[in-house]
Design a protein around this ligand. Structure first.
Ligand code: PRX
Length: 695
């Protein structure tokens, strides 16, 4: 089954699920290339990594995997009870789930009845065991030379102070707190402080605009916002506080008031004096937090109490608040982190992701701390002040595990090998990739140039909704194939189904679903359980549907072929085409917009926007800029279209539906493969669009 060619029979096309087209988003060619050049990289060659890995070969994995699937209740309980502190032990029978709407509401429970606290497990536990002096965060600022070390004990004390401040302004268990910060240590500290007192954090990526911030604040009803005055990224300064203020104003206009705003003063970017502070609402972190006591009560949480909301884009409508709960998230994030990165306590680990995305939640704020790693927190960008920055930092801190996105690898690859070779990388043991398919060229460069062929590459496939690695190779456990995430993690049962929802066996291609619950599967969409059921469980009853297509090869390896819905993946950032379209249509002169993804050499996918203007409006470059600006203002700079393609007419069927397949082909310069266009209301539109391409 090839989803692209069977789009007509695609169940996703049923309006109830995804009213817009649901053909694959054009990622297939990268993967096809991967298949052609794929070879095996033998696991045996990774001598140093094998020494530290927790799983040494495929047989060990198979035994453990089998048990995890056959008896998930006991498998996960044993891991949970032996590796974490539970104030109230987990009952023998703690797991239940229903993934089938026909049997009743979709629901999941893990470790229910057990009480724990994730922040306690990240910090107090290690300090009590005598590791308080171990470095927890190695802060590396935007500019080289601005750095610092904080120990586990120091982080614990700061977390307690922030918890006490949150208490002092009335935040209680179950209340939402919005966090809008750049990558400074205070960001994970703020998250941990919320978790300590049972407040639900909702981190909003610092690249989002004031509109996007406002809608997230309102949706989760966060009366407290933790932010920062400004940040330097590369040579640019961004006054985050201004955007935060605007966000609060927009929320207020909609009738929702942010009552308290804690502002971390980032003196590197701007002074306190230059920061606009709203009397009665705003206070600087540096003024409020040091006054607080450095010990704080722990709120013991039921395993199924909510830990956080994280908004993510889907095919339709506004972003969804993905809900994750305490125990399942803790156990799964920590366990995947340990096995996938062959992590041992004390390892120096570096994940370049931002805490504004799920990767920063699972594999920065929580997973590594639960494993007592020492981790680099990097404020800057990989190319500042030069393309050697990552490797200079790896050498400086002797990083063992490095985790980044293919887009970063591709951009560094373009700058040339000399930047890598300048720095010693002999400390590296595991190289990780996340967020999008990694093309074989980038894979090889990462493997040969960065890792000198010594380090396995863990290509980790997962999602905001899964909260942890789902399909990934484990370091040095079995041969790698460049471009394939390989095999499922413990407890994960992937299946590939055809358009009717039939499970396919052996070598096949189709829709990637997961058959049974794992500890950190998404519990609900905040405030909209029906949307949760419709989005993830209605397309293929009985399964969690990922939204991705995948292929399984003769060795059972999975190859992700990309999204099959209207979500595009730009530099590893997930963007709903519908969101970009509504930001474009918000421009007063825009009549209609249709957005598709296209293959981009660095970003993976770029955003190609077809725009129809109102009758009589002249199509000119000034308007193109305004349209791009409209998207930057409503979503953020990372979602700005790369191409605005004037479209006086859209290719529509007689029933008025835009044929996105045609738009994708034009953006991909594959007009020779348009397929059947006989159902178009006006076939002449295609020629017109081809003539306007690049104009
Ligand atoms: O399409 C898949 C792609 O990223 C999507 C999830 O995006 P998000 O929720 O923002 O989480 C990103 C970080 C986990 C998936 O549906 N994706 C993620 N990792 C990979 C990937 N595609 C291919 N290979 C991967 N390793």
């Amino acid at each position: 089954v090839v989803p692209a060619r069977h789009a007509a029979a695609n169940p996703l096309r049923q309006p109830r699920l995804a009213p817009r087209s649901a053909a694959p988003a054009g990622r297939r060619s990268l993967v096809t290339k991967a298949v052609k050049v794929a070879d095996h990289t033998e696991a045996r060659q990774y001598i140093d990594t094998r020494h530290h890995a927790h799983i040494h070969n495929h047989r060990e994995y198979e035994e453990m995997y089998k048990r995890s699937i056959e008896d998930p209740n006991d498998f996960w309980r044993e891991i949970a009870m032996s590796n974490f502190h539970w104030e109230t032990p987990i009952p023998e029978q703690h797991h239940s789930h229903n993934f089938d709407v026909k049997k009743g509401p979709i629901s999941t429970e893990w470790f229910k009845g057990g009480r724990t606290n994730i922040a306690y497990n990240c910090l107090d536990r290690h300090v009590k065991e005598g590791h308080g002096a171990q470095p927890c965060f190695l802060f590396e600022g935007n500019d080289p030379g601005r750095d610092g070390v904080v120990t586990y004990e120091e982080v614990l004390k700061e977390v307690c102070r922030v918890s006490n401040w949150l208490w002092s302004v009335g935040v209680k268990k179950g209340d939402s707190v919005a966090i809008y910060m750049p990558m400074v240590c205070e960001l994970p500290i703020a998250m941990l402080a919320c978790a300590r007192i049972g407040a639900v954090h909702s981190v909003v990526f610092g690249g989002f605009s004031s509109d996007a911030l406002a809608s997230r604040i309102e949706d989760c009803k966060a009366r407290v916002l933790i932010t920062c005055n400004a940040v330097k990224r590369g040579t640019k300064s961004i006054v985050l506080k201004k955007i935060a203020d605007q966000g609060c104003d927009i929320a207020k206009q909609q009738g929702f008031t942010v009552e308290h705003c804690l502002v971390y003063a980032n003196e590197d970017a701007t002074s306190k004096e230059a920061t606009n502070m709203v009397a009665g609402r705003d206070i600087f972190w540096q003024d409020a937090i040091p006054k607080q006591a450095d010990e704080a009560e722990v709120e013991w949480m039921d395993s199924e109490d909510t830990l956080f909301f994280l908004y993510t884009s889907g095919s339709t409508g506004k972003p969804k608040g993905v809900v994750h709960t305490t125990g399942g998230f803790m156990v799964y994030a920590a366990t995947t982190c340990k096995y996938t990165f062959a992590m041992q306590p004390g390892d120096v680990y570096w994940c370049t992701a931002d805490c504004g995305w799920i990767t920063g939640h699972s594999y920065l704020a929580y997973g590594p701390l639960l494993n007592r790693a020492t981790q680099v927190v990097f404020e800057g960008v990989p190319t500042h002040p030069d393309a050697g920055r990552c490797w200079q930092v790896v050498e400086k801190y002797q990083v063992k595990q490095f985790y980044t996105a293919p887009t970063a690898i591709r951009s560094l690859m373009r700058s040339g090998e000399e930047w890598v070779r300048k720095h010693d990388r002999s400390s590296l043991r595991v190289l990780g990739s996340v967020g999008e398919p990694i093309n074989p060229e980038a894979w090889r460069w990462y493997h040969e140039v960065v890792g000198e062929g010594r380090c396995p590459i863990v290509d980790t496939w997962w999602q905001t909704e899964t909260a942890g690695h789902m399909i990934t190779n484990l370091p040095a456990a079995w041969p790698e194939k460049p471009g394939s995430a390989s095999l499922p993690f413990f407890g994960v049962k992937p299946v590939i189904v055809d358009e009717k929802g039939n499970e396919l066996e052996g070598e096949c291609e189709g829709y990637l679903c997961i058959k049974q619950s794992w500890p950190s599967n998404i519990r609900t969409v905040y405030g909209d359980h029906e949307r949760y059921e419709t989005t993830y469980f209605a397309a293929f009853p009985g399964y969690y549907f990922s939204g991705d297509g995948a292929r399984r090869d003769k060795d059972g390896y999975y190859w992700i072929t990309g999204r099959v819905d209207d979500v595009i993946n730009v530099s590893g950032h997930r963007i709903g085409t519908a969101e970009v379209e509504s930001a474009l249509v918000a421009h007063p002169q825009c009549a209609e917009a249709a957005v598709v993804g296209y293959e981009h050499p660095v970003k993976g996918q770029g955003i190609w926007a077809y725009v129809t203007l109102l009758e009589g409006v002249e199509y000119d470059d000034k308007l193109k800029k305004e349209l791009v600006m409209s998207v930057r203002e409503q979503i953020g700079a990372f979602a700005a279209p790369d191409v605005i393609h004037w479209a006086p007419g859209m290719p529509k069927t007689r029933s008025g539906k835009i044929m996105r397949r045609v738009l994708r082909k034009i953006a991909a310069f594959e007009e020779d493969q348009l397929g059947d266009t006989s159902t178009l209301a006006d076939p002449g539109v295609v020629q017109q669009l081809l003539e306007l391409r690049g104009k």
